[in-house]
Design a protein around this ligand. Sequence first.
Ligand SMILES: Cc1cc2nc3c(=O)[nH]c(=O)nc-3n(C[C@H](O)[C@H](O)[C@H](O)COP(=O)(O)O)c2cc1C
Length: 188
Amino acid sequence: MLSIGIIIGSTRSSRVSPQVAHYIHKLAQGRSGARYDIVDVQSYDLPMYDEPIPAAFSSDYQTPQAKAWSAAIAALDGFIFINPEYNRGVIAPLKNAIDYLYPEFVNKAAGIVGFGSTGGASSGRALREILNSLEVATVKVQPGFNLFTDFKDMREFTPSDVHNNSIQHMFGQLESWAGALKEVRETA
Ligand SMILES: Cc1cc2nc3c(=O)[nH]c(=O)nc-3n(C[C@H](O)[C@H](O)[C@H](O)COP(=O)(O)O)c2cc1C
């Protein structure tokens, strides 16, 4: 069974991302192609990146937090990134968490679920490029929730079910790519 992590990258105390993650997690229940679990960057309490050697060259991580984060990502076959945007870019705590790792991501697949005033479109483009550099294959379909129509007062997630078709399409494509890339890793 494939294992897909729904990654919450926002760590601020008043964050909204967990509501989106739990919605995606609920929609994934009952799918036979993969098991979906929420992985919350906040719970790893990662310091601002301060490793001496980039993970592309050494994964001898210095802190217990980094070791735990590494193990969590290494155990997954694919990812769904819950991806809001701060100032049109990828949010800093997610980028910080990604920067710790390299081999844990290589030859895996990812979907991106955006949210923001334009559905997280800008940060989605930026995250795709970052993941590309980690050799993560990102599926095309990118559900994007709108801060003004899918949220009440920008705080309470009240999603329109108009997104559900594209979310299911993303699950299907992600499972298929994650399965194919698992074979790539096993035969490498
Ligand atoms: C520092 C900051 C910058 C933001 N910049 C953008 C932005 O450029 N585009 C956008 O659509 N939303 C922006 N927002 C709104 C976020 O999309 C919204 O606050 C969202 O809830 C953030 O996710 P989080 O609550 O899980 O941290 C910004 C929010 C913050 C706190």
